[in-house]
Design a protein around this ligand. Structure first.
Ligand code: UDP
Length: 322
């Protein structure tokens, strides 16, 4: 039985990962400051004697030293969530994402604890050469625009991970997640799928921003957590960066129709101009598609859960919680 730390383990992806690792018989330690994570997400895990929850921040160096010292592996997911949250108040996000990751890596290095750093597709920036490859150049907006704080700070996390690997010999793997969806994800931070499902179930207008022709690739959290665990076990992934997500594109218009159909909802699909949907300074992406060749070649990753199945699971979940 391995001792595994998940930072941000009370969040959406982290709680699914914790559940899966416990099912595999591992001992799981979750550190979460509950800023965006929730006790509700891990409530069902608490009776498992191999599960330990520590409420605290990755910015607390003494705490991180204490929790990292006995563990064998770390999944570092704790981060400021949601680009729109950051607009107008970037400092907290910069500190959480950059300083938090530095503290985790520094403590991990003391015992050479293998660490998987979870990054984001935001790091790819606004390039229009698709699909995004891990090695591609990146284009960001001005530093006067807080919208780019998230992308910059997660890029620094990637640099930190690679530097610890190269200069400190710490086994590190870096993952860029692309639009992960599933039960327990909240629409509170703007995420489109839980938002549409909630609107459809409540019979409210389904709010498509802009012309709705922008596209995304949505990946189910079950496929994603399986891949994270496989990647952690694969020595050849160390010192490398991987895109992780689905490469099946869907427009937001089609997504709205799909959710409406699957919920048998009478909701109307409406279009809201970007100026009304977002705070000033926000730039949406037209398309975002990962090249997943690298992770496919290394661990045989492939999409198993279809978008329809994933939406079905989210509907079931929301019906029990709304
Ligand atoms: N979106 C939308 N209606 C909503 C929330 C989001 O049309 O109520 C759009 C958003 O403008 C974007 C897409 O859905 O084009 C995906 O948004 P999300 O925030 O889920 O992911 P990201 O933009 O980070 O890829």
């Amino acid at each position: 039985m391995a001792k595994i730390l998940i930072t941000g383990g009370a969040g959406f992806v982290g709680s699914h990962l914790a559940e899966k690792l416990l099912q595999k018989g591992e001992e799981v330690f979750v550190v979460d400051n509950l800023s965006t994570g929730s006790l509700k997400n891990i409530e069902h895990l608490k009776e498992n004697q191999n599960f330990h929850f520590i409420q605290g921040s990755v910015l607390d160096e003494d705490l991180m030293e204490e929790v990292i010292q006995p563990v064998d592996e770390i999944y570092h997911l704790a981060a400021a969530v949601g680009v729109r949250q950051i607009l107008g108040k970037p400092l907290k996000s910069l500190l959480t994402n950059i300083k938090g990751t530095e503290i985790v890596l520094k403590e991990a290095e003391k015992g050479r604890v293998k660490t998987l750093v979870v990054s984001s597709s935001e790091v790819c920036g606004k390039g229009d050469k698709l699909p995004f490859r891990e090695e591609d150049d990146r284009t960001y907006g001005s530093v006067y625009n807080d919208r780019w704080v998230y992308a910059f700070s997660k890029a620094v996390d990637e640099f930190l991970g690679l530097a610890y690997w190269r200069e400190k010999n710490l086994p590190v793997v870096i993952i860029r997640l692309f639009n992960v969806i599933g039960p327990r994800q909240t629409g509170f931070y703007g995420m489109v799928v839980p938002t549409f499902v909630k609107q459809a179930l409540k019979g409210e207008n389904i709010t498509v921003f802009g012309d709705g022709q922008q596209c995304r690739c949505f990946a189910d959290v079950d496929d994603i957590t399986d891949a994270l665990i496989k990647l952690m076990a694969e020595k050849k992934g160390e010192g490398k960066l991987f895109n992780l997500g689905s490469n099946r594109e869907i427009s937001i218009n089609h997504l709205a129709e799909l959710v409406k159909k699957q919920t048998s909802s009478s909701s109307e699909i409406i279009h809201i101009p970007y100026e009304k949907a977002y705070p000033e300074g926000y730039e949406d992406f037209r398309r975002r598609v990962p090249d997943i060749t690298k992770i496919k070649n290394l661990i045989g990753y492939g999409v198993k859960v279809s978008l329809e199945e994933s939406i079905r699971k989210i509907i079931e979940y929301q019906k029990t919680t709304l």
